[in-house]
Design a binder for this molecule. Sequence first.
Ligand code: HEM
Length: 180
Amino acid sequence: MSAPILTTFAGGESGEWLVDRIEPVIGTTLPPVARLSTSASSGAWILRGVTSHHRYVERSEKAALVAVQPALGRPEATLAALIPIRKSAAWWELAQDERRAIFEGRSHHITLGLKYLPAIARRLYHCRELGEPFDFLTWFEYAPENEALFDELVGALRSTEEWRYVEREVDIRLRRDAGA
Ligand code: HEM
């Protein structure tokens, strides 16, 4: 794995991403803001996360992901989604094998997600251990023509057994500021 990347997402009045909408999915939402910055250290709200090693990915899945996953920052990927997620105590009380059985065995998170690559670029940040209000910050980038595809994927994931353990989720949609 490459070195961990610590990122701060600051919602406020400045930043390279314009906020299209902030939708509560479950639990408390986040206050409305005009922009999102990945370099500012202050704002109306701040979320921090760090990349980490895989918990669930098996060898064959890793190979399949590496073969198709695109990098972040593609010029055509002018839309993005930041979806912070917190899972319930019941999830964290499970053993690793039980979580894997739900995550991939029965919810097919990786199999499902792979179908949407390379249209969607993604990065997963962990923040549970940082004492943050969410456990994960999930980040996605895609071209406008793939927005409906991304919505379809998010809808499919939200109907899985894995998502029964999601107790807080906010769906933040962004567009790159062409002038930034
Ligand atoms: C674009 C296609 C997607 C692919 C290929 C994908 C793939 C993955 C993989 C491989 C992991 C496991 C990492 C590990 O082993 O620790 C993961 C975790 C995760 N993904 Fe996705 N994913 C996709 C889309 C999404 C979407 C749209 C969401 C949110 C709506 C999401 C939310 C999460 C969360 C919260 C985790 C952490 C789960 C946990 O550790 O309990 N993913 N994803």
